[in-house]
Design a protein around this ligand. Structure first.
Ligand code: GCW
Length: 685
């Protein structure tokens, strides 16, 4: 099937200033070879310039010498040099600068050089002014990645389906076989272009045939895949089944303290690494939603993770252990158990007990990727444990890529959240970004991961504009100082070219979409209210009497979950002053009001509105904004490339309709249960 180039859609940029005709690069390493090819293609397609490649080292040296001797101002055309500078901050950093009559793209290592090349191309695509400053020697661009690990997690099953996939089927697996083709290469190219350096290709729910990925049958293909990824600076990772010793090894147990189990893993890692030496390691979902884990044997998560970490250590591999551990067999009558507490309760006591090649991967919030949640308190608490932030680009609870919901503003807020881990009066450098980047505790094994939103659809992400989340995750993970707006601008320009009308229409759509979605679904931090299992569409009580621990406790007087000290005590998991801020209804940020408090419908918010009136207004506003988005988008009818307009328009129409359904269901529910009419007299059924 034909598929789009996504944001690597090089289109002619009018009046581009790119005065170079020769590319000098020693292309021994695959990554440099790819960087050179990529720059040649981009120069041709963006600037109509044919860059001829010189890769002979003595010729390059001669050219570099001459280049250095000629003052920039005197020369019209020059060369571009792709170079490695071992003195740079780290292997993945880059610098783009004018030197003599040449432009030098310099990497701390091969990956850095590849990133620098893609950065130059991005600047050519999006920022003619900056390009001209660089080319004339007025500005140098220098960048080191903020996070050491920048990963995607695919929830692809080996049968080709994707758990929570909203963009078609897997392009990694078809019928229990691993597929490697042009699309795999183009995928790796997309990753490299935004600086993603690792990917887990199979679902964390490793079941059945997927367990066999680590057997002889699959290793040769995995080895080819790992090699292909390496040529783009991307490491291959896999999810593993904690019960593999039973399922593959024929053992009666997978107890991490059992000698035979330890031996199984030792041999297994030896076998896997003999064939796939560049494998990054494994992602593990254990004792979570029915998956096997150490709890069965009375062992804790440190014992489970360290056992695997020790088996993989000789090969430099990592064990990324997920903290999504909670009781998913709750009784709704039991008001004491609070799912939000579970991650912290399970992992905090183990701080300092994990080996240094173990990373705990923590979902951004304590529940499960709702449209709004507080930041997981584990980031504030853990101090001697490697941590990785997990966000979800797949829009499981945010419209399933039928609705537009640009998530970078949410991720930005999460990264900026101040944890006070460095103390109340500390120097302030203790945001989530400071922690997961390793800056605060000097860690090297840490970073960010996103559950991927891709599939084999022609546009990669189902909704064409959902690609902004894929792109945005990579950009933000590489450079956590970028704003959501900067990223959105880049994405629009890279995808659709420098067209003012497209940018003017799409930018506000993207930037307001998260808030819009929140308004017509489940505002004030209450979340959920979706249909069970597939998680699409409104159903206020969908999870209310269920075992998953996701309640709203609405009655005729009020709603919300009391997580204060007199409630479930969840607030105590935060450092001061965050704990007190959430505890007091007056200082609790209103967007999280119902996450932390059970509030009467007549309670007045800071706007002076009652809670019930806010609920009505929010849903009317959100649905109207979704409708307006559809109407505004019409202006791009004859401007967007064929196919793109129709695809996006169809989805915006679905969104506008479903937003009304959300509005009416929620408003009707709360009108009936509270008996309080809308002050503005609008129709509520
Ligand atoms: O949100 C839940 C999803 C599951 C997912 C799980 C997890 C892969 O509904 O589909 O399983 O989270 O993160 O492990």
């Amino acid at each position: 099937m034909a598929y789009s180039k996504a944001w690597l859609n090089y289109q002619v940029v009018e009046n581009i200033r790119f005065p170079f005709d020769t590319l000098y690069a020693e292309t021994g390493d695959k990554r440099i070879q790819i960087a050179a090819q990529e720059l040649q293609v981009a120069a041709k397609e963006l600037a109509k310039i044919k860059l001829s490649l010189v890769s002979d080292s003595s010729q390059i040296q001669r050219a570099a010498k001459e280049n250095g001797a000629i003052p920039a101002a005197r020369v019209v055309k020059g060369g571009i040099f792709l170079e490695i500078d071992g003195e740079m901050q780290n292997e993945e950093s880059y610098r783009i600068s004018r030197q003599g009559r040449g432009l030098v793209v310099c990497g701390g290592g091969e990956s850095g050089l590849l990133y620098g090349t893609f950065a130059l191309i991005r600047i050519m695509q999006t920022d003619p002014q900056l390009l001209s400053k660089i080319c004339s020697g007025k500005q140098t661009v220098e960048q080191a990645p903020a996070n050491p690990l920048r990963m995607l997690n695919h929830w692809d099953n080996v049968d080709g389906s994707i758990e929570r996939g909203y963009a078609g089927n897997s392009f990694f697996f078809v019928g229990n076989e691993l597929v490697i083709d042009g699309r795999t290469r183009d995928y790796a190219r997309l990753l490299a272009s935004v600086g993603i350096n690792g990917t887990v290709i199979n679902n964390v729910n490793v079941r059945g045939a997927a367990t066999e990925l680590i057997t002889e049958r699959c290793l040769p293909q995995l080895s080819r895949l790992a090699e292909l990824f390496s040529s783009y600076g991307v490491k291959l990772y896999l999810s593993l089944n904690f019960a593999a010793p039973i399922e593959l090894g024929g053992l009666a147990t997978c107890d991490p303290l059992d000698g035979q189990v330890q031996d199984f893993w030792k041999k297994k890692m030896e076998q896997v690494y003999a064939k796939v030496p560049s494998l990054g390691g494994f992602l593990v979902k254990a004792d979570s939603e029915g998956r096997p884990g150490p709890f069965t044997y009375g062992r804790n998560h440190a014992e489970g993770a360290n056992m695997l970490a020790r088996a993989i250590r000789p090969y430099g591999g990592l064990i990324i252990w997920r903290c999504f551990v909670y009781n998913c067999r709750q009784d709704w009558r039991d008001r004491k158990t609070d799912r939000a507490r579970a991650g912290y309760d399970n992992f905090m006591p183990l701080d300092g007990q994990f080996d240094d090649n173990v990373i705990l991967q923590i979902k951004n919030g304590p529940m499960d990727f709702q449209v709004r949640e507080p930041v997981s308190p584990l980031f504030s608490g853990l101090k001697e444990t490697n941590m990785m932030l997990e966000v979800q680009a797949a829009q499981e609870y945010t419209g399933q890529q039928r609705h537009l919901c640009y998530l970078v503003p949410m991720w930005r807020e999460i990264l900026d959240f101040k944890t006070y881990a460095a103390g109340k009066g500390g120097d302030g450098a203790d945001s989530v970004a400071d922690i997961v980047s390793g800056r605060l505790y000097g860690q090297g094994n840490c970073g960010m991961a996103a559950v991927a939103n891709t599939g084999d659809d022609e546009n990669w992400t189902g909704h064409d504009m959902a690609a902004a989340n894929f792109y945005g995750f990579g950009r933000l993970a590489f450079d956590t100082a970028l704003t959501a707006e900067e990223i959105a601008r880049e994405w629009v320009r890279c995808t659709y070219g420098c067209n003012r009308e497209i940018l003017d229409c799409m930018l506000p759509m993207l930037l307001s979409s998260w808030e819009t979605y929140e308004k017509y679904t489940s505002p004030l931090g209450i979340g959920w209210m979706v249909n069970p299992s597939h998680h699409y569409g409104p159903n206020v009580d969908g999870y209310e009497y269920d075992r998953w621990g996701t309640y709203h406790y609405s009655d005729c007087r009020g709603m919300g979950v009391d997580r204060t000290m007199s409630g479930t005590g969840y607030v105590s998991q935060y450092n001061e002053p965050n704990c007190s801020m959430y505890e007091d209804i007056k200082t609790c940020p209103e967007e999280l009001l119902l996450f932390f408090h059970h509030v009467p419908y007549t309670y007045r918010l800071k706007t002076g509105k009652t809670l019930i009136q806010h609920i009505y207004d929010s849903h009317f506003e959100g649905a109207m904004q979704a409708q307006n988005m559809l109407l505004n988008f019409d202006s791009l009818k004859h401007i967007l490339p064929p196919g793109a307009f129709e695809r996006i328009h169809t989805r915006l129409k679905v969104q506008a309709d479903h937003a009304k359904e959300w509005r009416d269901r929620i408003n009707t529910y709360y009108f009936r249960i509270s008996g309080i009419p809308d002050e503005k007299g609008r129709t509520i059924y």
